[in-house]
Design a protein. Structure first.
Length: 231
């Protein structure tokens, strides 16, 4: 598949067939993904391919805690855990999470409730000792460290898409980082960057909704004119 096509159609996939993904396929995907860039080429990612059923169920249960908090914030019109947020509004919203959890428990469940059954679950860690976090000492929320890890995570999805698989980056489990560290024997210096779900998709997305270039690109200044395609 053409690189540009893969980039344009690799959307989030959360529904999978029962078809297994072999270790060979997972290895091939990681073997491609490892060519991602990172600050100083330090390649601080670590991956745990979680296969054990009991561990997967524990991860699902931990995921659900954050997931219902996420839904509750969304339902209140908030950007969940936004880096700049009204913390009181956030707390008030999260207070409603148990109702959402009860409603979900009464239903068939979706991706989150069945996370343990996703064909491939890759826990991606960031070895904090390797990250050139140039905004580390800023007063604002720090961002740059993750940039040494997420290109790798995205490469996993691109390589998966090229292999006919689908998947999604998830970060909700980072809410429960300490518990995940204990569960999987992860040392303190490794942060939980993402959990990637992969599998054979029930449906492959082909048309993604994304903003046009003019909506996020300006010339010369933040308030400059929109940068559009040359006539
Ligand atoms: C940094 C990041 C974190 C995400 N976390 C989650 C998550 O925890 N759970 C989830 O279901 N999807 C998660 N997603 C998937 C996004 O919801 C998805 O990429 C976005 O809505 C676009 O969806 P689309 O590709 O179907 O258009 C995450 C995506 C990114 C890039």
């Amino acid at each position: 598949m053409e690189l540009v096509e893969v980039m344009r159609i690799t959307g989030a996939v959360r529904e999978f067939t029962d078809e297994a993904v072999s270790d060979e396929e997972v290895h091939r995907i990681l073997d491609v993904a490892r060519f991602a860039p990172s600050g100083g080429n330090r390649q601080g990612w670590r991956v745990i391919h979680v296969q054990d059923a009991a561990l997967r169920r524990s991860l699902r249960d931990l995921y659900l805690r954050g997931w219902y908090d996420y839904l509750a914030q969304g339902a209140a019109g908030l950007v969940p855990w936004s880096a700049i947020a009204d913390r009181d509004a956030e707390r008030a919203a999260i207070a409603g999470a148990s109702t959402i959890a009860e409603q979900a428990a009464a239903g068939p469940g979706g991706f989150a409730e069945h996370l343990d059954r996703v064909p491939v679950l890759l826990v991606v860690l960031a070895d904090l000792r390797t990250l050139a976090a140039v905004d580390r000492d800023f007063d604002r929320y720090t961002l740059v460290g993750g940039a040494s890890i997420y290109p790798f995570v995205w490469n996993v999805l691109l390589a998966g898409r090229d292999a006919g698989l689908g998947g999604v980056i998830t970060t909700i489990l980072t809410r429960e980082e300490r518990a995940v560290q204990e569960l999987l024997g992860i040392p303190d210096e490794c942060a939980l960057a993402a959990v990637v779900a992969l599998g054979h998709p029930q449906r492959q997305p082909t048309r993604l909704r994304r903003a046009a270039v003019t909506e996020f690109t300006t010339v010369d200044r933040f308030d400059g004119s929109p940068f559009g395609a040359p006539a």
